[in-house]
Design a protein around this ligand. Structure first.
Ligand code: GRF
Length: 192
């Protein structure tokens, strides 16, 4: 990959709430990072995360299309805007192999489990049912295989006896907000 100088342009894909997106925006502004969120794309029009993007005057797009069309449009937007890194933040769609190959930049994702445990959905419920002592979250590179790319950062959260999937999810989410921006820092140091 070509080394860059100056600002690293980040694109973020979301599908909903966007609290991780919000945290990435907050962190990059507060710390005057060498990366900035240049644009946000959602596959859902009603995604709350789009509101943060608008408030922060970040280009934002809602592309409610089937996967092939979504990917085609998104890729063209990402290229046009010279995006250097794509962050998935609560993006509830599996990207196709072709899309991943066509992206000439890295893609990273945040997943609410201690990967390699609990790939896919309902991670908190599965961790509680299994009687695990810890849950957590992992930021990892995106590859064609779901939730399986190399780990960048991981954070552990204790599971208490009284926990249910909702209480645990809240605690894990707080921890996610801590690690995602730091993981972006790590990845961007490698890009520069
Ligand atoms: C997070 O728990 C993340 O790990 C998962 O989806 C959730 C997104 O939350 N991939 P938000 O939209 O960033 O608030």
């Amino acid at each position: 990959m070509k080394k860059l100088t100056g600002n690293i342009n980040i694109g973020v894909f979301i599908s909903g709430r966007g609290s991780n997106l919000k945290e990435l925006i907050r962190y990059s502004k507060k710390n005057n990072t060498n990366w900035k969120i240049k644009l946000v794309i959602s596959n859902k029009k009603e995604a709350k995360g789009l509101i943060y993007a608008k408030k922060n005057k970040i280009q934002n797009y809602a592309i409610e299309k089937k996967k092939p069309e979504f990917e085609k449009k998104s890729l063209s937007i990402l290229k046009k805007n010279k995006i250097n890194l794509l962050c998935l933040a609560g993006f509830m769609r599996i990207l196709s192999n072709e899309f991943i190959k066509k992206c000439k930049f890295k893609i990273i994702n945040i997943h609410p489990s201690l990967l390699p445990k609990y790939k896919g959905l309902n991670t908190h419920e599965r961790a509680i049912k299994a009687g695990d002592k810890y849950a957590g979250s992992t930021v990892h590179y995106v590859t064609a295989k779901l939730d399986s790319g190399k780990k960048i950062l991981q954070t552990k959260v204790k599971i208490f006896k009284a926990d249910n999937p909702n209480t645990l999810a809240k605690r894990v989410l707080k921890a996610e907000h801590q690690i995602y921006p730091k993981a972006v820092d790590i990845v961007c140091k490698k890009i520069i």
